[in-house]
Ligand binder design. Structure first.
Ligand code: GLU
Length: 460
């Protein structure tokens, strides 16, 4: 069975790079009928916060990425890590190192002066004597000091490191007994049964160390997939300005989660030239072996395009559910469906959608001065008065009543349409005036017309 995981360190919010990694792991597990697990790597008690862990779970909830079982918190597993450190000590694959900080610093200085890579010199690797007093030892792994550490990366192909270039007997437990980063990752991945690790290629340099630990512990080696970063359109590291923001910020900016997931799946992976993927299709087609080996670049227009697509195709109920978060409750409104149908083609974001809806539902508080200037003539108030009277005294739907009125008075629709539009919504850009009228109803139409007539008369 394929078991994947997402293992964020809760140092801040979840950003889109993280969400993409989570998505890839999620899709791969789902495609194979496997499991997707969530592990919070919170051993760095100074830098991690519970709020950050909650923010990650909140983002998961919003995007609908579900994981199996309970979230694993590394901070609750220190006893387990200790147990495995002890196992390695017992098997003589790890050892206590009593080198003092001063000694280590001096060693590093000498090596740097000789233009060598700073590394631990193995002093306590096979130490049999009496340890120096007053030093709390660290635990180091006996790493291979020559030869190659090679593995096949599912994205990058064959990777090999020369042990002597990158390794030394690195620390697995600090002098206070706490385990180091790579050690906890390996213990957890192995005990959680992770078979496939899909993660950012900023972790590539950790992989040889992790491989050394897998071998020492006799665990099965997972498959690794190192995903290149997301760059900005200029090919540089993505900054906050480019979109490296909290995933939940996309929600507040009016993006639907399905648009964001679709956007992210394509940043670094493709399936022919298909652009639109439902979650089901992503699950059907995603394969981490097809992840691009080169960095992808963030494209805001693409995201907006996808978002508009998903809004256009979303059920009215779905859109009104989003609108709740922006302070608009249309769930009980009998015209909700009609209003959504009217707006979904025009809105690129849910924020715009809600704003457009409010512009129609709420009586305008002011009128766009430029539009008034452009469309109002001295005779406008009189025309509108007649029109309002006509609507009041006749029955029929707004469109045929209006046509009757126009015919009777030999005027053309375009002569009053913009004025009516301004009266109804405050602006000269809105959907069809008849649709707006149907939504708000006769009473509101008349009251809005009267207010505008009043405004025109006072203004002239
Ligand atoms: N905790 C690491 C991070 O936040 C991920 C480690 C991994 O995926 O192996 O980037």
């Amino acid at each position: 069975m394929i078991i994947t995981r997402f293992a964020p360190s809760p140092t801040g919010y979840l950003h889109i790079g993280g969400l993409r990694t989570a998505l890839y792991n999620y899709l791969w597990a789902r495609r194979n009928g496997g499991k997707f697990l969530l592990r919070i790597e919170d051993t760095d008690l100074k830098r991690n916060s519970i709020e950050a862990a909650q923010a990650i779970e909140e983002a998961f909830k919003w995007t609908g990425l579900s994981y199996e079982g309970e979230v694993v918190y590394q901070s609750q597993r220190f006893d387990l890590y200790k147990e495995y450190v002890q196992k390695l000590l017992d098997k003589n694959q790890a050892y206590y190192c009593y080198m003092s900080k001063e000694e280590l610093d001096a060693l590093r200085e000498e090596q740097t002066a000789r233009k060598e890579r700073p590394r631990y010199n193995g002093k306590y690797r096979d130490f049999k004597g009496t340890p120096p007093a007053g030093i709390e030892p660290v635990v180091r792994i006996k790493a291979p000091l020559s030869g190659e550490i090679a593995f096949k990366d599912g994205v990058k192909g064959n990777i090999s490191f020369k042990a002597e270039d990158i390794l030394d007997d690195f620390i697995i437990a600090r002098s206070d007994g706490t385990p180091t980063y790579n050690f906890t990752v390996v213990i957890d991945d192995a005990l959680m049964g992770i078979t496939d690790i899909i993660r950012g290629d900023d972790h590539l340099s950790n992989t040889p160390k992790q491989i050394v630990l897998y071998e020492a512990l006799g665990f099965n080696m997972p498959k690794f997939f190192h995903v290149p970063m997301i760059n900005n359109p200029q090919g540089k590291k993505l900054s906050k300005r480019d979109g490296a923001i909290d995933v939940m910020e996309y929600k507040s900016q009016g993006y639907l989660s399905e648009a964001l997931l679709n956007f992210l799946v394509r940043l670094g992976w493709s399936h022919g030239d298909q652009e639109i993927f439902s979650l089901e299709e992503m699950i059907k087609f995603f394969n981490p072996n097809d992840i691009n080996a080169s960095a992808s670049s963030y494209n805001q227009q693409k995201l907006e395009w996808l978002n508009a697509h998903y809004i256009k195709n979303a059920a009215a109920k779905r859109l009104w559910r989003e609108a709740l978060d922006f302070g608009l409750d249309m769930r009980e409104d009998k015209n909700a469906e009609m209003l959504a149908d009217m707006l979904r083609e025009r809105a690129k974001t849910t924020v715009q959608f809600v704003q457009m809806a409010k512009n129609i539902i709420d009586e305008p508080l002011s009128y766009d001065a430029q539009a008034v200037e452009k469309f109002a003539a001295p005779s406008s108030a009189a025309y509108l008065k007649n029109y309002a009277e006509f609507l009041k005294n006749n029955s029929g739907d707004f469109e045929s009543l209006t046509n009757e009125f126009l015919e009777k008075n030999t005027i053309k629709l375009k002569e009053i349409a913009q004025l009516v539009r301004i009266a109804l919504t405050g602006s000269s850009v809105s959907p069809s005036i008849f649709e707006v009228m149907n939504i708000v109803g006769l009473k509101a139409v008349l009251s809005r017309l009267e207010k505008f007539i009043d405004f025109l008369e006072k203004g002239k």
